[in-house]
Design a protein around this ligand. Structure first.
Ligand code: PMP
Length: 420
């Protein structure tokens, strides 16, 4: 059956909104995707029917909440190919997942160690490893990005050595859309006994992920980018490594026994989930991966690819537009970053907003990558399951007239109201 984005839209009432008198065209999915009824209904069910703290109470509501929360771990674990709930820690988001790993492995790092990151890292990863390096004395090295938007794997093979303790890379770049050869990076890391950490913020939502096949030690992702709610994310970790890792936060359900002088930790994954967790959000994350599984992640990937390739082909015909990342026809996810000659990304974004079209402009939390591309920022259109080619056409209409419309728009009352 062909992917029916038009029917999928019925699951997302927010898409019926009008913005500035126009139907909403939402192309900011790499930042946050929308949430279908099937997912946010979980909140009503939870708070109307079985709201309670988990694990601690021997009463019916607590039992129901605990079971639902635990089962959500099972479903999310299966979604990324993990081997059971013990390997799936719920966190707040990708950022917290990476910080959890960084804190844990930092206990084993010293000044002789090297951490290998990449020039296309999101700040969530780049800055975290910078800080860990400052605390431990370790050095961070970066795999360069080639001019065509790929990781330089020859350089990676040189940079990753016996001094490397950690390799961390994004599975998919949130600016270039590049799908990195993470299994090869994981192999390189393991050849040198280093931990392999994958930032899956942009891959888990957009393509089938199998952490087992990838052999990553850790894989981090966010719920709000995969049709789930905010406030919940995931960290896959290999069981034996998580067993070994020091927890990051202390208190509550992560504890087994406490004396006045020492404590022992609960079993996985609860050892890493201190305090009362975001229970409804966790259960809703389970509903989100069910929703995506029903659509089929291969179909999601192909749908995104169709939209990205369509936009890339259209933009290639416009000599006043520059795009970044892999060429037309190459593998990428459903996002395209670009600049329109003479129009700052923020101005383009405002012009689009005036027609009800949401994109993102700026550095997308990747300042070093923009330095590498020698641009101050870019505009980014990113797709999800409910987008159609008609959305791309609406974007292109504004791109085509942006240079002519800009002066009028910047002196209009609408623009003044927006920025004042
Ligand atoms: N890594 C990548 C590749 C991302 O795209 C993002 C979100 N833009 C993050 C990390 C951080 O995600 P979050 O804000 O949900 O922690």
């Amino acid at each position: 059956m062909p992917f029916d984005a038009a029917a999928i839209r019925d699951d997302f009432p927010i898409l019926e909104r009008r913005v500035n008198g126009h139907p909403l065209t939402y192309l900011d999915n790499a930042a946050t995707t929308h949430t279908p009824k099937q997912v946010y209904d979980v909140f009503e069910e939870f708070y109307a029917d079985y709201n309670s703290n988990i694990h601690r109470g021997i009463h019916e509501l607590s039992h129901e909440a605990s079971v639902a929360y635990e089962q959500a771990h099972d479903r999310v674990a299966e979604f990324v190919g993990a081997d059971g709930r013990e390997e799936m820690v719920f966190t707040k988001n990708t950022t917290e997942s990476i910080n959890l790993v960084a804190y844990g492995v930092s206990q084993h790092l010293d000044a002789d160690d090297e951490i290998v990151a990449t020039e296309m890292d999101h700040h969530a990863s780049l800055v975290t490893w910078q800080q860990i390096a400052k605390r431990t004395g370790a050095t961070v090295r970066h795999i360069p990005v080639t001019t065509d938007g790929h990781l330089d794997m020859d350089a990676a093979a040189e940079i990753i050595t016996d001094d490397t303790a950690v390799v961390c890379a994004p599975h998919v770049s949130n600016v270039l859309g590049t799908v990195n050869p993470v299994a090869d990076l994981v192999d390189l890391a393991h050849d040198h006994d280093a931990y392999a950490v994958v930032d899956g913020a942009q891959s888990a939502p957009t393509r089938p992920v199998d952490v087992g096949a990838m052999d990553a030690d850790f894989f981090a992702f966010s719920g709000h980018k995969l049709a789930g709610p905010t406030g919940i994310g995931g960290l896959y970790g290999k069981r034996e490594i998580l067993e070994d890792l020091d927890p990051f936060l202390f208190g509550g359900e992560m504890i087994r026994n406490v004396t006045l002088t020492d404590s022992t930790w609960n079993e996985l994954p609860w050892k890493f989930e201190a305090g009362t967790p975001p229970i409804a959000e966790g259960i809703a994350l389970g509903a989100a991966v069910d929703y995506l599984d029903d659509l089929g992640m291969e179909a999601v990937r192909d749908h995104e690819d169709d939209l990205a390739q369509y936009l890339l082909r259209e933009l290639a015909d416009r000599e006043f537009v520059r795009t970044y990342g892999p060429d037309i026809g190459e593998e990428r996810t459903g996002l395209v970053s670009f600049n329109v000659e003479g129009v700052h990304g923020h101005d383009l974004s405002s012009l689009l907003n005036d027609r009800g079209i949401a994109i993102r402009a700026g550095d997308h939390c990747t300042q070093p990558l923009h330095d590498r591309l020698d641009i101050p920022g870019s505009a980014r259109a990113s797709f999800y399951v409910y987008n159609t080619r008609a959305d791309v056409d609406r974007l292109l209409e504004v791109v085509d007239t942006a240079r002519d419309d800009l002066d009028d728009y910047l002196t209009s009352d609408r623009y003044h109201d927006l920025v004042s």
